[in-house]
Write a new protein. Structure first.
Length: 233
């Protein structure tokens, strides 16, 4: 049973969404501000967090930033209807996905299940023989899917599930272009629609993390209007 942390200062959302998730077989912990959630996470991490952005004491952005210092746990943001800036900023800070308020609870459940499936596949909890489970080395890059481990020039790089899957898809075929649609298929289930800026934001975050290991990192090339390509270094 996966444990989901739901963090929102709207008591109605906490009550209704937690009831829905529990009916779907999840264990749910609820918090009405970011600081309370962080205090609990410091003791034991849940399997996934669903975070509102605007909250008292500590907002969702600050909480995500603290989380990403210690964990690649999957995170979904709940964003306001017209707050596109928050969506893009959240993705660049390391969120895996976002759902706009007001939202369908069925949509949120689908997003949660899709992200947990990706997490299981990357962490090796669902193991199948094939290229996606083998250690891959491409020049300075080393990826171990079953351990969710990435290194560049021997230095470890901590990636979220989405970032890992995107890098793996690009590096599997150096020199070949992957369109945004192809990368969406890798990172998200068919039933989940995301727009181009979601993939772009994840790629920007991925590059930034790789540059923490090597400030000269340039293996991921943007082909404007087409997609992205991994160039083996």
């Amino acid at each position: 049973m996966s444990k989901i942390a739901l963090v929102d200062d709207d008591r109605n959302i906490l009550t209704s969404v937690s009831m829905t998730l529990e009916a779907e077989g999840f264990e749910v912990e609820t918090y009405n501000d970011g600081q309370s959630a962080l205090d609990a996470f410091n003791k034991k991490m849940p399997d996934m967090a669903v975070l509102d952005i605007k909250m008292p004491r500590m907002d969702g952005m600050d909480l995500l930033q603290r989380l990403r210092q210690k964990s690649s746990m999957p995170v979904i943001f709940l964003t306001s209807k017209d707050d596109e800036i928050d969506e893009v900023l959240g993705l660049r800070m390391g969120a895996d996905d976002y759902v706009k308020k007001p939202f369908s609870q069925r949509l949120l459940v689908e997003r949660i299940r899709a992200l947990l499936r990706r997490q299981d596949a990357v962490s090796g909890e669902v193991v199948a023989d094939g290229e996606d489970t083998k250690v891959m080395e491409r020049g300075n890059l080393r990826m171990d899917p079953l351990r969710h481990a990435v290194s560049w020039k021997g230095r470890d790089v901590s990636l979220t599930v989405t970032e890992f899957l995107l890098l793996q898809a690009l590096a599997q075929r150096p020199g070949f272009v992957k369109s945004r649609d192809q990368l969406m298929d890798v990172a998200y289930d068919d039933q989940v629609y995301v727009d181009d800026r979601t993939i772009d934001s994840h790629i920007k975050r991925l590059r930034k993390k790789m540059r923490t290991a090597d400030e000269e990192f340039s293996a991921i090339e943007t082909l404007y209007g087409i997609g992205y390509r991994y160039n083996e270094e």
